[in-house]
Write a new protein. Structure first.
Length: 63
């Protein structure tokens, strides 16, 4: 890079999402459809629950 051989590699902002998506494909790629649907449903319900709780708490603080 600059000739000082610092052994540092600059990462772009898309490196982490790319790696996480790849890990998810490998981890869930061989599962049957019903297992994928179950995991996605559980994850979605947790995200929805936290989102609703966050929205309610945000509404309480603004009053």
């Amino acid at each position: 890079m600059d000739g000082n051989s610092t052994d540092q590699i600059l990462a772009s902002k898309w490196d982490l999402p790319f790696v996480l998506f790849g890990m998810g494909r490998v981890a869930f790629g061989t599962l049957p459809l019903w297992a994928k649907a179950l995991i996605l449903g559980l994850f979605g319900s947790v995200v929805l629950s936290y989102g609703i709780a966050w929205q309610r708490e945000r509404g309480r603080r603004s009053r």
